[in-house]
Design a protein around this ligand. Structure first.
Ligand SMILES: Nc1nc2c(c(=O)[nH]1)N[C@H]1C(S)=C(S)[C@@H](COP(=O)(O)OP(=O)(O)OC[C@H]3O[C@@H](n4cnc5c(=O)[nH]c(N)nc54)[C@H](O)[C@@H]3O)O[C@H]1N2
Ligand SMILES: Nc1nc2c(c(=O)[nH]1)N[C@H]1C(S)=C(S)[C@@H](COP(=O)(O)OP(=O)(O)OC[C@H]3O[C@@H](n4cnc5c(=O)[nH]c(N)nc54)[C@H](O)[C@@H]3O)O[C@H]1N2
Ligand code: SF4
Ligand SMILES: [Mo]
Length: 692
């Protein structure tokens, strides 16, 4: 029996755990690791059951190749499979040009994988078209962070600051289901006498623990934040010294907020003026105050402006840039933070560098040993990439690693059609996901417990997920796949399969960038329970708290952004009279590709459902459990009714973890935020009917 300290394969909390690996044949066991500071031994059901999927019976253990379009996927050797992928990508590049070859990555991949995938796209394929599912997750908060603070790290402070605050406003996050061990920090906050305000159209398990629950119409968070700023201005609660000394651009932001008087905001959001006042009193009156956003306000076609408006509120009240106060975003995927720092995103190079910055390009070209002129520029964002697959000017071949867009992309039926229109699709996955089923070649990937790599958690803490056992026969790591493909495509050097070797190069590539990992090593992470970036040298202690002295803008001041309210891209009307919003349940993870295969999780959350208010249910003549058809301009989904007074009467909610008839993303609106290119997963208009 060997014991290995490692981390959960799922969300951005990256809970520490200990894995007991008995002698060959027996199943590995997840044990507590109470010393790890973030979760102190606590795990949710997904973490506890994570070892189930290591069972070779539940996963892919051999490459699969489809000999011809319309044919079956059949078991094949690794050599044949990799030859096929290399040939498929190459043929399309030669016929249609390099830009016709695309790469789609994932925020669950380790830093090493994300880094090497970005390098593979730019150096081997020489295509600009690489993007990833983090675009659907963190991009609005990231864009707003950059605009206001000059730097994007989801939480600019450790989670422990939540527990020590006097007031926290949590906008559109449900950590009781999405990161249960983190609830401890919110509980401690309240035990110490602090207040928790939750903004959510549903009274979630998280909202139930709040001192004040604001229940807005979906898609109106921007109006809410502007209304609170308006009140703060009208009541003269601004921190004039902070505004003068540490910020720029207040005047235009102030005048924009003045158009959002409380009664107007009440009409837009459905939140009573008295509640707006209570929220402002609690927040402005708190010594240490934090605003957190999650996907609720971010996954909107105005997500960037919405987050910007919440940041404006923090800045105007002086609740930023000092210990204990600030704005933060709760990142989602296991490596949602690191995944956006090292080059999987269409506009970025490693170290959180911009791909259009000549100095950044020169530095990365040097590290990679290539000519800067040969580095491609920015490519298409995730949805735009998927939307144009197989079209004139769009990509014709794609390598996809760590995402399942057939279930998780907006307007999913259309995206599925586009995937089918590709000349060639290769998918690396641990299971035969809905997307892998469409592939010409499927590569079976090793799992979390079978390979080592770093991830950067929601706090900006770089952690080390260590291999605890060996992968079953027939399975290879994603790094080995990139190594094999690069060699076949004429680049035998620079794509090592050893994660530590990749990390050493990543350190050099990130050096001098905003997300500077140069001082972080595997040994240091082991010794220190993780290291917070930026960490430029081995002697540097790492940076748990950012912005205490200055913001990361050229003049050191945080920037107000002038924003005004605008409605969702699609509002209810006579034909589609209800709001649909979507999100998560405790026992399933994302597209469900992994968790739907874990028996205990599947028992806990066996299928999709439509949450609706009793008043709406009565109007529609619907009883609990009855089959409902939900229709939007994009498509139709069928799932049983779950009648509950926790949701607004004008809104229905569906979790998005399932494909097939109950797929929430058959309905969602791919309207994109103009800056972040985030789709509007959280708001669209639907009609709901009983199915006979
Ligand atoms: N169990 C579980 N945990 C997960 C995941 C998972 O799939 N399953 N995924 C991980 C990932 S990648 C992510 S990104 C995080 C996401 O974590 P969260 O953001 O907490 O999750 P969601 O359920 O998507 O959305 C949160 C809440 O937003 C609310 N909401 C919907 N529309 C609006 C709106 O217009 N305004 C406001 N204010 N709120 C709205 C929903 O009712 C929901 O309760 O979770 C991570 N953890
Ligand atoms: N309607 C609606 N849709 C949404 C959202 C929403 O709130 N509402 N949220 C969006 C958000 S925030 C996110 S993050 C996306 C996520 O949606 P997806 O991008 O589909 O995420 P996953 O389901 O985690 O997909 C990961 C896939 O990679 C596989 N995998 C896991 N680990 C590895 C690995 O190490 N290597 C390889 N090769 N494969 C691996 C898994 O088996 C799985 O098939 O969904 C988005 N879609
Ligand atoms: S909260 Fe997230 S990291 Fe922790 S055990 Fe659950 S899924 Fe894993
Ligand atoms: Mo996410």
């Amino acid at each position: 029996m060997t014991m290995t300290d490692t981390h959960c394969p799922y969300c951005s909390l990256q809970c520490g755990m200990r894995l007991a690996a008995p002698a060959a044949g027996a199943a590995a066991q997840v044990l507590e690791r109470p010393e790890f500071p973030v979760n102190r031994g606590a795990l949710c059901g997904k973490g506890q059951s994570a070892a189930s999927l290591l069972d070779p019976g539940l996963r892919l253990t051999t490459p699969l190749v489809r000999e011809r379009r319309g044919g079956e996927l059949r078991a094949a050797s690794w050599d044949l499979a990799l030859d096929r992928v290399a040939a498929g990508l190459k043929a399309v590049g030669e016929r249609y040009g390099r830009e016709a070859v695309a790469v789609f990555g994932g925020g669950g991949l380790t830093n090493e994988k994300g880094y090497l995938l970005g390098k593979f796209a730019r150096v081997v394929l020489r295509t600009p078209n690489i993007d990833y599912n983090g675009r659907f997750c963190m991009s609005s908060a990231a864009a707003a962070h950059k605009a206001a603070f000059g730097l994007d790290r989801g939480l600019p402070f450790p989670l422990t600051d939540i527990a020590r605050a006097d007031c926290v406003i949590l906008v559109g996050g449900n950590p009781a289901e999405t990161m249960p061990p983190a609830l401890r920090y919110f509980r401690e906050l309240r035990e110490r006498g602090g207040t928790l305000i939750v903004v959510d159209p549903r009274r979630t398990r998280t909202a139930e623990q709040a001192d004040l629950h604001l229940q807005p119409v979906p898609g109106t968070d921007l109006a809410l934040a502007l209304g609170l700023l308006h009140l703060a201005i009208a009541d003269r609660r601004l921190d004039a010294d902070f505004i003068a000394e540490r910020t720029s651009g207040f005047e235009p932001a102030r005048s924009a907020a003045m158009a959002h008087w409380p009664e107007r905001v009440e009409r837009l959001t459905g939140i009573a003026v008295s509640q707006l006042r209570s929220a402002l009193d609690l927040f402005a009156g708190a010594e240490k105050a934090i605003v957190l956003t999650a996907r609720g306000p971010e996954q909107q076609s105005k997500g960037t402006d919405t987050v910007g408006a919440w940041i404006n509120l923090c800045l105007a009240l002086g609740k930023a840039g000092r210990e204990g106060s600030g704005y933060g975003c709760l990142t989602g995927q296991g490596n949602g933070q690191g995944g956006r720092e090292h080059g999987q995103k269409a506009d970025q190079l490693p170290g959180y560098r911009s791909i259009v910055d000549p100095a950044a390009r020169a530095h990365i070209a040097r590290v990679w040993g290539v000519d800067e002129a040969g580095l491609p520029g920015p490519g298409r964002s995730a949805y735009e990439l998927l939307d144009t697959l197989g079209t004139e000017g769009g990509a014709r071949a794609m390598l996809l690693m760590g995402s399942n867009p057939v279930v998780s992309a907006p307007r999913a039926a259309h995206v599925t059609e586009r995937l089918r229109a590709l000349d060639f699709l290769a998918v690396s996955d641990v299971v035969l996901s809905e997307t892998a089923q469409l592939a010409d070649v499927v590569l079976p990937a090793a799992q979390w417990a079978e390979e080592t790599g770093t991830l950067t958690n929601l706090e900006g803490r770089v952690i080390l997920r260590q291999a605890a056992l060996s992968a079953p026969e027939g399975v290879r790591t994603d790094l080995a796949v990139l190594h094999g493909l690069a060699a076949r495509l004429g680049t035998p050097k620079g794509f090592p399969a050893d994660p530590e070797e990749v990390f050493e190069e990543l350190r050099r590539a990130s050096a001098g960038g905003q997300a500077d990992y140069a001082g972080i090593s595997y040994d240091r992470i082991r010794a220190e329970d993780g290291v917070f970036w930026p960490c430029p040298t081995g002697a540097h202690p790492g940076t748990p708290r950012l912005f205490l002295d200055r913001f990361a803008t050229p003049d050191g001041r945080a920037r107000f952004v002038p924003v005004s309210y605008r409605p969702a891209a699609e509002e209810p009307d006579a034909e589609y009279p209800l709001y649909l919003t979507t999100g998560r349940v405790l026992a399933q993870y994302q597209s469900g590709a992994q968790t739907r295969r874990v028996p205990e999780l599947n028992r806990a959350a066996p299928g999709p459902f439509v949450e609706l208010h009793p008043q709406l249910a009565e109007r529609l003549g619907v009883a609990e459990g009855q089959s409902l058809a939900v229709t939007s301009r994009r498509g139709r989904a069928v799932a049983p009714a779950r009648v509950t007074d926790t949701v607004r009467p004008d809104t229905v909610f569906m979790p998005f973890h399932w494909g097939g008839a109950g797929r929430a993303n058959s309905l969602t609106n791919p309207a994109l935020d103009p800056t972040s290119r985030m789709p509007e997963f959280k708001v669209c208009a639907v009609r709901v009917e009983r199915v006979r």
